[in-house]
Structures are given as C-alpha cells and as structure tokens.
Write a protein that binds this ligand. Structure first.
Ligand code: GDP
Ligand code: MG
Length: 397
C-alpha cells in the first residue's frame, strides 16, 4: 500500500474523532508516520508557570534551589578533557528507581498553585497534566522501533492526567541493566557536573558526589492544537549569559554522545539521537542542546551546540529521517484519542493506553490498585475546594 492509500484508509476509518457525541470512541490508534504527515499543528510557545526542586533525599521544595548555572570551559587553548568515569562508583548516589513517584511532585506543585493559575477560571478543568518526558515518548512514537510504553489516564474534575507505567519489558531490562550501561548513565550526569556551577558567579566543582535525586523542574503551560497542557520537565541548567533571561529560553539541555568519525555514524546520530533530543527540548522550549562527545576512554574532548530549531535540518533531505510535523500530529491525535476515550470523571478509574512497536495503541480499563495513580491526599484536597452540598436537608426532602 502506498503512502496516499494508507492515509485515505485512515481518514475513512476516522480513527480518533467520533463523528458526533453518540459515536463510540475508537478502540485503537495507528502510529504509522505516513498517517500524520500533514502541516505542523499549532503549538503554543511554552511559558513557565513556576518551578520546584528535589533535594539529595528526593524531598520536594517549592523553589529553584536545585537550578544550576551553565559554565562551559574557556574556548581558548585546548579543548576540554573531562574524565566522565571519575568518581564511579564511589561518588555516585543514584536515585532509587524502585520508588514509583508517578505525578506526585507535579501534583504537589499544582495543589500549592491551583488558586493562582492563569488562563481564567476553569482553565485547569480543560487541561492535560503530565510530565514532559511522557509527551516526549508520544512525539517519537511514529519512529520508535525498539521500546513500547504504557500510559495510565484518569479524568478528575475535568482535567485529564497522564502518568507512565513501566512496562514489564522495561522493568526486566532495568533490573538486568549491564554494568557498562550503569556506568554510561553515570557518565551523563558527570558531564552535567563538569558543565554546571551551583551559583552564577562560581565554577563547576567536579570533586563532589553525583546525586541523581537532585532535580530542578520547570512547570509550563502550552497548548497543542486544541489541547491545553500543563506539564513539568527536569531542566539541566540556565545560561546566565543567554540573550534572554526569561525561562524557558535561558535553559540549556546537556547531552553526551560517542565521538563519531564516519559519515554513517553521523547519519545514524541525526536519525535517532537527534530526534529524541529535539522532541524533549522543543516541548519545553529549550533553545539549545550542548553535546559533549566522549572518546572510547570515557573522556569528553569536544563540545557542540545544537540549536533545537535547527535539528530538523540534519534530516530534512533524508528519506529515512524524522519529521517534526509527524511527531506533533501524532501527539495531538493521541491526546484527542485519550480525551474521547476517558469520558468518566473518576480519580480511581484508569484507562491504560499500551503501545508496542509495529502495533496500534490499544486501551484497557482498570479500577483502583495497581493502576490508579492520583494520590488520596491530592484528591481529598482538591475535593474540599469545591462548593460542598448543603449540610441541612432542603425543605423539599
Ligand atoms: P525526561 O524528559 O525523560 O528527563 O523526564 P522529565 O523531564 O519529564 O522528568 C520528570 C520527572 O521524572 C522528574 O522528576 C525527573 O527527575 C524524573 N525522571 C527523569 N528521568 C527519569 C527516569 O529515567 N526514571 C525515573 N523513574 N524518573 C525519571
Ligand atoms: Mg540532560
């Protein structure tokens, strides 16, 4: 079947949009890139509503104390020589990945700020609340050939909440993570330590521990098509020298990649890694990704800045490249699919959206444990806000 034919059939199937309110929601959503290659959809410039920090014990603070400052090495003289394996494993304090945090930290922020949200009364009731990382997975789905995902969805007071569930395959992989991969994860965080200072006027201190409990998270408002979004994402650092000091445009994302020596290596990097980097940074409005390239001995010897808005240029003329329109159109289609599927307003009801490469997205329904993810403290606090029914019986009763 050629591309046009695939597209026509999908239009006939009218996959995610019921024709009228009586129509049943679709049962599945296809993910083939050819179905989503229309014009780039509307995406509101993300604006920062606030932020929070997680400390070395993974405790929440409603402030920016964990925000670090971009502090690259001087560009004169020789290039950098960052030993990314330094401190491993003795100065590594990795976050406990068995702790399932769900949306909890973001919900804590939302509870503290629900009275001051912009967008007018009722804005939150029409919004989708999630982590940026979950949206990144949606954006890259049409091109993903390795890892599936599961997203749990609940509607509560109108708002649609989306929280990822670790798939059995992902859990098995995590528990069996090879030692070399563990070290590679450390190296990514170590690079951040070489590139970031704790204060705008100070320099990086690579002598300390690498503690991955610590995080600075930005909370943003945006809109994709007709879907208002409130999401949060972890930000590596802010650039005190950035042309604009206004977040998120002052934020910088730091990444590492293997040193590449052949054109084929670069091609593959543009097709796969750059797609993930683009999706993650574009969603949050981070203008630049600074990459450190590591040699086989684990040293960073060169740096390169990739402006987020220029990443697509590397694959624009590549038949096997990715297309930002496809990513965003698929995400919008998924959000419509989810909005139309999760009709009942009930924080204990979960629609579980599951996807495996090569298949469409499917749905199953679940009540309470183990899938329900909106914590009682959140549901109760939000419920107490609503005008409560009169306590004394009305004369008619
Ligand atoms: P990212 O885009 O994948 O880095 O994820 P986000 O920026 O949306 O981060 C959302 C929250 O998840 C933050 O509190 C992060 O500290 C946390 N987080 C980031 N990556 C991971 C991960 O690989 N596993 C787990 N469990 N949490 C993560
Ligand atoms: Mg990073």
């Amino acid at each position: 079947m050629d591309r046009r034919e695939t597209k026509r059939r999908a239009e006939e199937a009218d996959v995610a949009e019921p024709r009228n309110k009586l129509a049943r929601p679709a049962l599945s959503l296809p993910t083939d890139p050819a179905l989503y290659s229309g014009p780039f959809p509307f995406y509101r410039r993300p604006s920062e509503l606030g932020c929070f920090s997680l400390d070395a014990q993974r405790q929440y603070h409603g402030d920016a104390h964990a925000l670090r400052y971009y502090s690259p090495p001087p560009t004169y003289g020789q290039g950098p020589k960052f030993d990314l394996r330094d401190g491993y494993p003795d100065r590594y304090q990795p976050r406990d990945e068995e702790v399932r945090e769900g949306l909890d930290h973001l919900l804590r922020w939302l509870l503290d700020h629900r009275g001051q949200l912009e967008g007018g009364p009722g804005w939150l009731a029409g919004a989708i609340v999630t982590w940026r990382g979950h949206l990144t997975k949606l954006l890259t789905t049409p091109y993903e050939q390795q890892e599936g995902w599961q997203l749990a969805a609940s509607r509560f007071q109108g708002t649609l909440y989306l929280s990822e569930v670790e798939t059995p395959a992902a859990r098995a992989q995590r528990l069996a993570r090879p030692p070399l991969l563990r070290e590679l994860m450390y190296m990514g965080y170590k690079f951040e330590q070489y590139m970031c200072a704790d204060k705008p006027e100070s320099s990086p201190d690579p002598s300390g521990d690498v503690n991955t409990n610590v995080a600075f998270c930005s909370v943003l408002r945006s809109r994709l098509g007709n879907h208002p979004l409130l999401f949060s994402g972890e930000v590596d650092c802010t650039d005190p020298q950035a042309p604009s000091t206004q977040p998120p445009t002052c934020y910088v994302e730091l990444k590492t990649a293997k040193e590449m020596h052949r054109p084929g290596h670069w091609r593959s990097f543009y097709r796969h890694k750059l797609l993930k980097w683009w999706a993650q940074s574009f969603l949050l409005g981070v203008p630049n990704v600074v990459a450190g390239f590591r040699n086989p001995e684990g040293f960073i010897c060169s740096l390169k800045t990739f402006p987020t808005m220029e990443m697509f240029e590397y694959v624009r003329n590549d038949r096997d490249g990715w297309n930002p329109s496809v990513c965003m159109n698929f995400c919008a289609a998924f959000l419509s699919f989810a909005q139309n599927t999760v009709v009942q307003d009930d924080p204990r009801l979960v629609h579980l959206f599951s996807w495996e490469p090569g298949s469409p997205v499917t749905v199953s329904k679940h009540q309470d444990a183990p899938y329900a993810f909106l914590p009682t403290w959140y549901v109760e606090a939000m419920t107490q806000d609503l005008p409560s029914p009169p306590k004394t019986p009305s004369p008619k009763d």
